[in-house]
Write a protein that binds this ligand. Structure first.
Ligand code: DQQ
Length: 563
């Protein structure tokens, strides 16, 4: 981060806006929301984002553009890549995606335009100069808009085109998010094209589901059954499944299903047992919305980006002059053991920021104990922690918290919100991050075990993030989050990785099977006064088989125009 920018931010933002490190794309004086159109081109990763340069709230949106060689150190290009300056996007250049029509070729962008009469349409833009690796300038094609909401399609709910894929019939296909008010049906409309400019709507949506409202930012891609991730959007075959992710406008939840794509029928069918809506599978059970993946043809992997919103008030955002960040890019792949859910893991590039570390081996954490991890010289406000807990008992022999209410029992967030977070204690066992020395402030990331009262053979383990004591500031969103973790009953160990960056906490349980992102703005636990603790408030002793906490260095974030 350049020094002047940093000093200005420190003075203006006080304790609500620290130096965000790593690759977080905070935009001073801007509103940084949905990640748009990520891709790799001529040695650079590109990420666009929904951007309002005039205020830290949503407004007249354009596309900000940042580039990086390594997904960690970023350069924000000046101005915007797409301005709302044509009748077909004059009220906003909204979300969209990029497609490379030839291997190694320049990407093409499809994006949403809000027209002069507030109708949502799909537009196309291409690089002005494909020889420029930074693709600084984009031109909108004369054929715009290339898709319009016709017939019964709701014109104020027609947005967010996906990356297109090419069928074995040489026809391009793309999805556009939509809803039908009747039954609150969310839909992924399918469009087809031979030349990428003339698009025709298919007879029926690729998929739809009732009750949960508008599907924003759909994402559709293949995943390998063998758990490797080297699959471009157009790959077809028997050795894969497909993922359809939708962002639910009504509940602000990104959920996904895993299923089968039938190209000839133009249908996607989620696997039996897949749950639609906010109670379905989620990339992340915390603050994580409008996410988008891309196939990284540089390294043969699929990478996921998600928008992490703020936990402070809108008034605070306006005072500090910016809002929202992008999460750490994550590799996403099918969990080859279950074949029914995904695994995510921070890209290995983030490890280049690891600095000095502290390691513990085979430390017994007695019931009721709290232990501070000392030795992180400059505090634990920027830290990457990996820990493996060994249980005294097998998972099935653990003592579980008893839950009476079935509605609570089936909802991990409700489960994790229950119980008293009494002064100085926390539920389950795990880590306390962004904690003050006296623990008056703490964000608690823990494993908790629950059983149903009426039938105690029915059990669940959840990864919980308890934010109720995360800040002494009362004007904060302190929602607690939870996601179930599938474990084998015979398992005797559990793993957790938590990345902390001042106000951002990204937690990954069991190698990325369950993930939760949360935000907190402590008042005491800042910079060198932020601490890391392990605790055990479970029923039996827990052994820390291995814990390593790395202090994380800052990533470079520049706002000049040349790398
Ligand atoms: N944000 C964009 C829309 C999208 C929504 C507008 C999701 O295109 O549906 O800024 O956050």
């Amino acid at each position: 981060m350049n020094v002047i920018f940093f000093l200005v931010m420190r003075v203006i933002c006080f304790n609500k806006c620290f130096m965000l490190i790593w690759m977080y794309l905070i935009c001073a004086w801007s509103n940084d929301e949905d990640p748009n159109a990520p891709f790799f081109y001529k040695g650079y990763y590109h990420l666009f984002y929904q951007y309002n340069p005039f205020s830290a709230v949503w407004g007249l949106i354009r596309w900000g553009h940042a580039v990086s060689r390594d997904l960690i150190n970023w350069e924000h290009l000046p101005g915007a890549a797409l301005y709302p300056d044509e009748w077909y996007d004059i009220n906003g250049a909204w979300s969209g995606s990029a497609t490379k029509m030839q291997e190694g070729g320049a990407p093409v962008i499809l994006y949403t335009g809000s027209t002069n009469v507030f109708v949502q349409v799909t537009n196309m833009a291409v690089p002005k100069d494909p020889s420029d690796p930074l693709l600084r300038e984009w031109k909108k094609v004369p054929e715009n808009p290339i898709m319009m909401p016709e017939g019964i399609i709701n014109s104020s709910s027609f947005r967010d085109p996906t990356t297109a894929w090419l069928g074995s019939d040489d026809i391009w296909r793309v999805l556009v998010g939509n809803k039908r008010d009747k039954q609150k049906r969310g839909m992924a409309l399918l469009y087809k094209s031979k030349d990428f400019k003339k698009w025709v709507k298919a007879k029926h949506p690729l998929h739809s589901a009732k009750h949960f409202g508008m599907w924003e930012c759909p994402d559709f891609y293949p995943v390998s059954l063998h758990g490797n991730d080297d699959l471009d959007a157009s790959v077809e075959g028997p050795f894969l499944k497909h993922v359809l992710k939708n962002s639910l406008d009504d509940s602000k939840v990104d959920y996904y299903t895993v299923g089968k794509y039938f190209p000839k029928l133009e249908r996607y069918v989620p696997d039996n047992g897949s749950v639609e809506g906010p109670n379905g599978l989620r990339y992340d059970y915390g603050k994580f919305y409008a996410s988008k993946t891309f196939y990284d043809d540089n390294k043969g992997r699929r990478i996921l980006w998600g928008w992490i919103n703020e936990s402070d008030s809108v008034a605070d955002d306006i005072t500090k002059g910016w809002a929202s960040v992008q999460g750490i890019p994550r590799i996403v792949r099918l969990d080859s053991s279950s074949r029914s859910s995904l695994i995510q893991w921070p890209v290995s590039e983030v490890e280049a920021l690891r600095g000095t570390s502290v390691t513990k081996h085979n430390v017994v954490l007695k019931r009721g104990s709290v232990m501070k991890i000392d030795g992180l010289n400059s505090g634990a406000a920027q830290v990457d922690v990996e820990v493996e807990f060994k249980l005294d008992n097998k998972v099935e022999d653990h003592v579980y918290e008893t839950v009476e209410d079935m509605d609570v029992f089936t909802n991990a967030q409700k489960l994790c919100s229950r119980g008293k977070n009494v002064e100085g204690t926390a539920q389950g066992f795990g880590l306390m991050v962004l904690a003050s020395d006296d623990l008056r402030e703490r964000s608690v990331v823990s494993f908790r075990f629950f059983k149903q009262k009426s039938d105690d053979r029915i059990r669940k383990v959840a990864l919980c993030v308890d934010q109720s004591r995360s800040s002494l500031d009362t004007d904060m969103d302190k929602t607690s989050y939870g996601g179930f973790v599938n474990l084998s009953p015979h398992q005797k160990s559990l793993s957790l990785r938590v990345l902390v960056d001042h106000s951002i906490i990204e937690s990954f349980a069991e190698g990325g099977k369950t993930c939760i992102t949360s935000r907190s703005y402590p008042m005491l636990a800042v910079n060198e006064n932020a601490h890391l603790f392990v605790f055990n408030n479970g029923d039996s002793n827990v052994i820390i088989r291995r814990l390593t906490a790395w202090h994380m260095k800052e990533a470079r974030q520049q706002y000049s125009s040349i790398l």
